[in-house]
Design a protein around this ligand. Structure first.
Ligand SMILES: Cc1cc2nc3c(=O)[nH]c(=O)nc-3n(C[C@H](O)[C@H](O)[C@H](O)COP(=O)(O)OP(=O)(O)OC[C@H]3O[C@@H](n4cnc5c(N)ncnc54)[C@H](O)[C@@H]3O)c2cc1C
Length: 500
């Protein structure tokens, strides 16, 4: 089969991949690109997740692209509206014409002699192999495993006679009207599902091992909606976007500087919602400081409202075993259930789980250092779109796309088709994400490291990143710019793999 060549291969047609297509077409209009998407749809996360109430937990003024104003009334938007927004971006800008669906990328091998990646994808159900070559590989594959979420093996699971559902694969036919539902988890997914299911279910219990910070916010941003009526859409969008960015940065800094004060304020807000008789100490007082994990946002107090009207309740305990009729807890209490929802989280993976080789040697990303939060030490011509932990994903993703375009244009001007961040063993290693959340801790073995100093340091700070990525020097002394050069494959290296 003929191998097609592109200047850039983008992997993934979610928020990031569509954003990457837009930036390439705008800033590098001569580059030929293709988007390889494993599924049959645009939208990634916002197409995959179909559980009741699926929504963003950050505002769409920062989760939306810098270049496309969010025009809907709700700032905390539901999944279908976000999916529509991503698809609209793709069709309005002709990005959809560049997508090859059902192309699940499995391997990418770099050759320094050719200054090219060979990308291998499995196509369709028959898993036919298609190969592409490209000068630059842009991974926009998200951060979790599409094949399955984190689903712990609870004792006695097989004995449960009701239905067990994981939110990543919500069954369309699930009828929960009048049923007793237990949702295991206390993260963003659980706090979304619980109030939504509580509208129709008999009762919903949120069963958590430990509490999370939960904050209520209006789903509609009154000021943003007013500004949109009075100002041109783009200007109103930028103003609200910056207001939200600055408030988010201020709040994050405050949480880091005065954790006790912020903690007390957050808990006081919950007490106000649930009243003096509610056991906030047990169910809504986390053991960690604010922003050691992501805060859970609930729009218009919907979770608190469901607790107040008795359609939902929270139990903080540990599971001893599933039983035929529900769940037995370590405290001895039993929860009856017709349906158990395991909102136990995602399984993190890097670069869509693809296998990477550079000049015949297999590369383990966990042994690399992340450069500017997007490239990897000693891996040429490859970048990943990745969001912030303390702000909306798209803020960083837009900046990453801008930087990649600047880099590509710089390489063209200099006539050096290879750009590789040269690893420096003298730079002290730090964990890539300083989050205590279970999904981050479970993934320590697959995540790259960050370095203690620039350009290896991740600041999780949009304003700072904007300065460095938009205006900082491309040729910063760490990035090496090279011409194609033969490299002898070292067969003795333990990680050596046969050339494809
Ligand atoms: C339920 C949920 C709610 C969230 N809410 C928010 C929020 O409110 N705010 C926020 O900032 N972030 C949120 N996030 C994070 C969210 O994933 C990002 O906001 C954003 O959607 C990521 O976009 P992406 O395109 O980078 O990745 P994804 O949306 O994950 O899309 C990746 C795409 O790549 C494809 N792909 C993956 N691997 C391969 C491969 N090997 N070959 C080919 N194709 C591949 C996938 O099929 C998918 O289409 C949420 C995540 C989840 C799961």
């Amino acid at each position: 089969m003929a191998i097609e060549h592109f200047d850039v291969v983008i992997v993934g047609a979610g928020l990031s991949g569509i954003g990457a297509g837009y930036h390439l077409a705008t800033s590098c209009p001569k580059k030929r690109y293709v988007i390889l998407e494993g599924r049959d749809a645009i939208g990634g996360t916002w197409d995959l997740f179909r559980y009741p109430g699926i929504r963003s937990d950050s505002d769409m003024y920062t989760l939306g692209y810098a270049f496309k104003p969010w025009r809907e009334a709700k700032a905390i938007a539901d999944g279908p509206s976000i999916r529509k927004y991503v698809r609209e971006t793709a069709s309005e800008n002709g990005i959809d014409r560049h997508i090859r669906f059902h192309h699940l990328v499995k391997r990418a091998s770099w050759s320094s002699a050719d200054a090219r990646w060979t990308v291998e994808a499995e196509v369709g159900a028959e898993r036919r192999i298609a190969r592409f070559t490209c000068n630059f590989l842009f991974m926009c594959a998200g951060y979790y495993d599409y094949a399955g979420g984190h689903d712990p093996e609870f004792p006695g699971r097989a004995s449960f006679t009701g239905r067990i559902v994981h939110p990543q694969f919500w069954p369309e036919d699930l009828d929960y009207k009048g049923k007793k539902v237990v949702v295991i988890g206390s993260g963003a997914t659980a706090v979304t599902i619980v109030p939504e299911m509580a509208k129709d279910a008999g009762h919903v219990t949120m069963l958590q091992r430990s509490p999370t910070y939960v904050v209520s916010s209006p789903a509609r941003d009154a000021m943003a909606n007013k500004l949109r009526e009075k100002l041109p859409a783009r200007l109103a969008y930028q103003l609200v976007r910056w207001r939200n960015v600055l408030f988010g940065m201020f709040f994050f800094r405050l949480a880091r500087k005065k954790p006790e004060k912020v903690k007390q304020n957050l808990i006081a807000m919950v007490k106000k919602e649930l009243g003096p008789d509610y056991d906030v100490a047990t169910h809504f007082t986390p053991r960690y400081n604010p922003w050691d994990q992501r805060l859970c946002l609930v729009p218009d107090s919907d979770l608190f409202e469901a607790i107040r009207n008795g359609s939902a309740s929270v139990v903080t305990d540990e599971i001893e075993t599933f039983t035929p009729r529900g769940i037995k807890l370590k405290s001895g209490k039993e929860l009856e259930a017709d349906i158990i929802v395991t909102a136990t989280g995602l399984k993190l993976i890097m670069v869509g789980g693809i296998q990477i080789a550079v000049d015949g040697a297999r590369k383990d990303l966990a042994r690399t250092m992340s450069y500017k939060g997007m490239m990897y030490s000693d891996i040429p011509n490859l970048a990943s779109a990745f969001g912030y932990t303390n702000a909306s994903w798209t803020l960083k993703c837009d900046l990453t796309c801008e930087y990649v375009c600047r880099l590509l244009n710089y390489m063209d001007r200099k006539g050096t088709p290879i750009a590789v961040p040269k690893g420096d063993p003298a730079v002290a290693e730090l964990p890539w994400l300083d989050f205590s959340s279970g999904y981050v801790q479970r993934a320590r073995d697959v995540l790259p490291k960050q370095g203690a100093t620039r350009p290896w340091r991740l600041y999780q700070n949009y304003a700072l990143d904007m300065l460095t990525l938009r205006f900082g020097r491309i040729d910063d002394g760490t990035m090496q710019f090279l011409k194609p050069h033969p490299v002898a494959a070292n067969e003795d290296r333990p990680e050596a793999v046969a050339a494809e």
